[in-house]
Each structure stands twice: as C-alpha cells, then as structure tokens.
Design a protein around this ligand. Sequence first.
Ligand code: AMP
Ligand code: MG
Length: 323
Amino acid sequence: MTGESGGIQQAADVLRAGGLVAFPTETVYGLGADAENPVAVSRTFQVKGRPPNHPLIVHIESAAHLDGWAEDVPETARVLAEHFWPGPLTLVLRRSSRVPLEATGGLETVAVRVPDHPVAQALLAAFGGGLTAPSANRFGSVSPTTAEHVRTELGDAVDLVLDGGPCQVGVESTIVDVSAEAPAILRPGGVTREDLEAVLGYPLGVPATSDVRVPGQHPSHYAPRARVILVEPENVIAEAEQAQQAGRQVGVLLPPTFADAEVKAHAVVNVPASPAAYARALYRLLRGFDESGCDLVVASLPPEDGMGLAIANRLRRAAGPRG
Ligand code: AMP
Ligand code: MG
C-alpha cells in the first residue's frame, strides 16, 4: 500500500468506521485514529500498551483549523504555527469541547500539530477531521521510521498501514506548552530550540522534568531491547571492546571523530556527522542492533545544540533504567 489516492480514500473510510491507520509523517510513523471517536482513540492505547492517562497529539490539516480544537489560542501560538506549520512542532493549548478526554489523558489541555508529509496531508484532507496519532510502536520501544517497522511491531493490530517511505526528520516533534504564562519546551524534537527562540525573540526553558504526563519523560523510553550505555566519546571504543571481551554482543555508535576505527565488537556503525542525518538514522540504527543480535549498545551523547538536543534526549531515555 502506498500513498496513492485509492489507498488514501480507503484509509479515510477505515478511520471513519473507527479503525486504526498507521501513516507516515515527517517525524515518525503515527498510529492514527479519529480524534473525536473515544472508542477508536482508546483502541490506540490498547494496541500500544500505553497507559490511558498519557495524552496524545491531535494532527490537523492546517493552522486554519486550530480554533476548532483549542480555545483561548494565544498570539504566541499563532506566531509559532505561522512559522513552523506544517512541521515537527506540537503546541499544547487549552482544549475545546470537541476534543474527548480520552485523547488528552483527562487533561484540560490538548496537543496539536500539522504534519509536513504529503501522505499525512492527503489523509487529513480526505478524512476531514483530526487524527490522534502517537508513534506506531509499543509503549516504551523505539519509534518506527518506516512502514516495515510498523508492520513488524504491530502487525494485524493495525487495520491499514500507509507507506510513505522513510521519515525525513526521524525523531518526534518538539512539544511547546503555550497554555501557561511562559512558553516552555516539554520535549525537544524536530524543530530546534534555537529556531524557536529566533522567532520568539527570547530564551525558552527546557525543564529536565515536568509535572505534565509526557511519555518521553519516563526514565526508559525510545529503547531498543539491547541495553544502552552512554560514555564519553573518547571511551566508546574501550568500553565496547571490554564488554565484547566479557561475552556481551556489543553494538557501537561510533562518534564522528572516531569514524571507521577498528573496533572488536559485534556491530559497529559510524554516527552520521550531520546532526540532521543522525536524527534521521537514529531509530533505524537502534532497531538494527536488535536485529543483529546485540544485547548491549555503547554510545555517547552528541553536542546538545541544534538537533543534537533531541538526539541526546532520546539516547538518555534509551539508556534510562528499565521498568
Ligand atoms: P507520542 O505521540 O507518543 O510521541 O506522544 C505525544 C506526546 O505529546 C507525548 O509526549 C504526550 O505526553 C504529549 N502531549 C500530548 N498532549 C499533551 C498535553 N495536553 N500536555 C502535555 N503534553 C502532551
Ligand atoms: Mg512514542
């Protein structure tokens, strides 16, 4: 199934009937449901194994639809929407009564985004409403960046999978809370903090923890089956070889300064030198380590500016304590 119009119409019909459609966005593949159908929305939680009090993002066709889904939209939100939509930016706003509490995890706020992908755009246009779409993977695991990842992980639990090729951004959207007095980044992602601050004209806080229920803030999230450990870049090779020597099957994310180094480990990949390319590849590389039988991944954090902030955030979660 590709994003051709037949597939899109069929997908819109499945959604209208309360079914689940996995579809590509520029960030990762989403598990779409009719945002106004509480039963369909609840099914996405079951399929993902996600706790029902974790809110979802409502995907809409364009900024022109924003007022249908949110109330008291502040000027800041309009400015950000104008600059970054369609794109990997999610805005948290006061919810309108159109948004069922099932979609917001019981919160009075709603997260909204306009995805920048032709298949997602065509699907939203054909469907005509909003779609809740958490990443199309089991709760806590690595997000899918290809249709194949979705099929492998969710199989028959999804009614239909639209294939739009590999995702171009590769990590989830940046979530900015504009529902309170001072806007704040709840989760770093595909739009950089620097780009947001350039538009807003003032610095944005990135709280280490938040009282809002954001799955990406669970200690362990975005995690492959293999355990992930983070060390300083100059210690990656020694750490990996030591663990391999001790009988582990070690996957290595080799930092750019050590590209193509000889490493005695099970699976060694060079980290792409450009942060955007690294973000695009990150989840595919983590899945690859699982597929090649690694039980340990040794990595280091990139510099935390630009897209590096989101990459470092995902690697920390991947390395977080397992439940
Ligand atoms: P996912 O689609 O799995 O990447 O998750 C969507 C993200 O949006 C999660 O981290 C949610 O917690 C977050 N989110 C959705 N609605 C809200 C909200 N009302 N307040 C804060 N975060 C939200
Ligand atoms: Mg997710």
